[in-house]
Design a protein around this ligand. Structure first.
Ligand code: SAM
Length: 154
């Protein structure tokens, strides 16, 4: 049996289904002290809701076209091109991110369940934010069927 303890994750994972739920979390989870990383910002619609509620926001997307339009429409917000699977590039942004918002096309479907879980664990391990909010129907559905077992008296 291995004697190595697994990394102790302190990050909370907030699982949402659909953009309405995703955006509804902002007043509940984002505070004026937060430094927020947004992954999959598209044209910056959610970014515009996040920006006034936090200390600093970096909104990112894999698509340079989306980032170009987001910069045009929201000149006061910092937008960067970034592939969310390149966690090293996110780390290289060099900011102490306290919250991460994640909404990537393709990650919500049933067959992306493992990708979504892997992304959550990668960001929790590397950036150690207080919370990650993800829009993933499959992950939320899966989590609703999970019951952490506790033995009597434990
Ligand atoms: C549904 S849209 C995001 C909408 C946005 N969050 C909002 O609330 O308006 C999904 C976005 O994920 C981006 N995306 C897909 N794969 C990505 C990846 N690997 N890294 C970063 N962004 C990605 C797409 O370019 C697209 O803009």
């Amino acid at each position: 049996m291995s004697r190595h303890a697994p990394p102790r994750l302190t990050t909370k994972f907030i699982l949402t289904m659909g953009v309405k739920e995703y955006r509804e979390t902002i007043p509940a989870w984002v505070t004026a002290d937060d430094v927020v990383l947004e992954l999959g910002c598209e044209w910056g619609t959610t970014s515009a809701l996040l920006a006034p509620r936090c200390r600093e926001l970096v909104a990112t997307d894999i698509s340079p076209e989306c980032i170009e339009r987001a910069r045009r429409e929201h000149p006061g917000i910092r937008f960067e091109t970034l592939d969310a699977f390149d966690v090293r590039a996110a780390l290289d942004l060099g900011l102490p991110f306290t919250k991460v918002y994640m909404d990537l096309s393709g990650i919500s479907g049933y067959h992306s369940l493992l990708d979504a879980a892997a992304l959550l664990v990668s960001y929790a391990t590397v950036l150690r934010p207080q919370a990650i909010v993800i829009k993933s129907a499959s992950l939320k559905r899966f989590a609703s069927h999970c019951i952490p077992w506790r033995a009597a008296g434990a």
